[in-house]
Design a protein around this ligand. Structure first.
Ligand SMILES: Cc1ncc(COP(=O)(O)O)c(C=O)c1O
Length: 321
């Protein structure tokens, strides 16, 4: 369902500002349901759902989750129902955060919404989906759960093993790649796909959810799981796991002044929109590190998420652009 391959474009204005040769991989343009990285991941989950004859898809995420919105769009295209559990993962949010952006889209697609009070309990959130699935079975439905917790196979990362291989066919080589690292399936798939393809480009994972030490453990574990899923030895060395958490504060789903500034600067110089939770933080890191990137050819991997901007309008209202 994804519109692939996604374009690779040069960001000449912003690159000139920062003193590097800056490019963007447009995974915000994967097509269906406003696109983003999660489309590549969901191709594999929903392929499994189709093979199992599923009639309903169940998924959990933050209230402004792009993953759940993308799943609802793909489920609709496949003629399946979608059940979305929205977790309280971000403190002190506005009324717009609860109603606009991705939430509005989830509702337009007719998804059934549930709320979950804890945003840091991945196993509990998955277990609750299991209970909803059980109720659906009693009504004769065939449910399929897209799991969140790291004890499940990293199926979604397969989409990024393919994405890395796609990049290697696009005829450009880079000195550095920057990408968001949340559940880590995008980061792990990319690293795995590049190294399996014999490419050694450094991949800088930008922490959006956990500080660098704990994210490094998650990436390592998920890489081992991914190698097992592929039945291959893991070609990624521990020193290859690059993580930067300077843009994480004040926390998941919350923007610092430098993240807002990165979003505004990219919009003004390139007419390119970033999101408040993931790609805005990646660009904030890239800008903060621009002295070290001087003269290099740098790839910013855009993973989408722009619908969330409309849930964060209040946060931008206080930003002096
Ligand atoms: C727009 C966007 N970028 C990046 C990510 C992070 O991807 P991953 O969870 O694979 O680390 C997400 C995850 O929800 C996302 O929605």
């Amino acid at each position: 369902m994804g519109h692939l391959p996604t374009p690779l474009e040069q960001l000449k204005n912003l690159g000139a500002n920062l003193g590097c040769d800056l490019w963007v991989k447009r995974d915000d343009c994967t097509g269906i349901g406003f696109g983003g990285n999660k489309i590549r991941q969901l191709e594999f989950y929903l392929g499994k759902a189709v093979a199992e004859g599923a009639t309903q898809v169940l998924i959990t995420g933050a209230i402004q989750s792009n993953f759940v919105r993308a799943a609802a769009a793909m489920a609709a295209r496949l003629g399946m129902g979608c059940h979305i559990q929205l977790e309280e993962r971000v403190p002190g949010v506005s009324a717009l955060y609860r109603s606009n952006g991705n939430v509005l889209l989830d509702q337009l697609m007719g998804a059934t919404l549930y709320s979950y009070p804890d945003g840091e309990d991945e196993a509990g959130a998955d277990a609750r989906l299991g209970e909803i699935a059980q109720q659906l079975r009693t009504r004769g439905e065939i449910p399929f759960i897209v799991p969140l917790a790291a004890d499940q196979p990293p199926t979604g990362a397969l989409g990024y093993v393919d994405a890395a291989q796609e990049l290697l066919t696009q005829g450009e080589e880079f000195d550095e790649i920057f990408v968001a690292s949340g559940s880590a399936l995008t980061h792990c798939g990319l690293l795995m796909g590049l190294r399996l393809g014999g490419d050694k480009t450094p991949v800088n994972g930008v922490c959006v959810r956990r500080e660098a030490g704990s994210q490094a453990r998650r990436v390592q574990q998920r890489l081992d799981d991914l190698a097992q899923l592929l039945s291959l030895p893991n070609p990624v060395e521990t020193k290859d796991i690059g993580l930067d958490d300077i843009a994480l504060a004040p926390g998941y789903g919350q923007m610092s002044a430098s993240t807002k500034e990165a979003i505004a600067r990219t919009a003004k110089t390139e007419g390119l929109f970033l999101d408040p939770v993931y790609t805005g933080k990646v660009m904030a890191v890239l800008i903060a590190r621009s002295n070290q990137l001087r003269g290099k050819k740098v790839l910013f991997w855009h993973t989408g998420g722009q619908p969330a901007l409309f849930g964060y309008a209040d946060a931008f209202a206080s930003h002096d652009t």
